[in-house]
Design a binder for this molecule. Structure first.
Ligand code: HEM
Length: 152
């Protein structure tokens, strides 16, 4: 093999090894986040999907049961601290953690308003609250606190 050719082969081999390493690099794992918050958020989203279905079908008991699950999940989540706030200096970190908690308390308050609307049979206002204030709180909360991942 000529010298130039063996250099080319070596470069190709190195590139192949490097790209294999790149391909097998895992996407940022869930461990980078906050596992408890993650679990509670997933529980909240699952129950919210069921709540939407129940509201559409006029099934009040099922709607209330799922709303209860959402309330319990947000209560469990609000006392946690999101992984992302570890990146701040201590004083700023406390303020960020307080902001996280206050936003989830706001969601809990909205869930209580939602409960009253459902008990009053005001499905239209209940849907508007879900799609308005609650959806906005979710979007804003995620923009600030949810870690960005490769698969986002
Ligand atoms: C209001 C309704 C909300 C719903 C249904 C909801 C749902 C979810 C879901 C399904 C996830 C997992 C998504 C993924 O990892 O791909 C998630 C993650 C997360 N959410 Fe929410 N969320 C809501 C509101 C909020 C609010 C208001 C905040 C902040 C104040 C927040 C903070 C977070 C954080 C920090 C994560 C990442 C947890 C981790 O480290 O894995 N969420 N949320």
């Amino acid at each position: 093999m000529s010298k130039a050719r063996s250099i080319t082969v070596a470069v190709l081999a190195l590139t192949a090894v490097a790209s294999l390493g790149f391909v097998s690099q895992p996407a940022r794992s869930r461990r980078d986040g906050s596992p408890i918050i993650h679990r509670k958020m997933e529980a909240m989203a699952d129950a919210m999907a069921e709540l939407h279905i129940a509201l559409e079908a006029g099934e009040t008991e099922k709607a209330l049961k799922n709303l209860q699950k959402m309330q319990e999940a947000v209560i469990d989540a609000k006392s946690q601290t999101p992984a992302i706030t570890k990146e701040y200096e201590p004083e700023e970190r406390d303020a960020q953690n307080a902001d996280f908690r206050k936003r989830l308390v706001g969601v809990l308050k909205a869930y209580c308003d939602l409960e009253i609307l459902i008990l009053d049979g005001d499905t239209e206002a209940a849907s508007a609250l879900l799609q308005g204030e609650i959806h906005t709180a979710e979007r804003e909360g995620h923009n600030i606190f949810k870690p960005k991942r490769d698969d986002d």
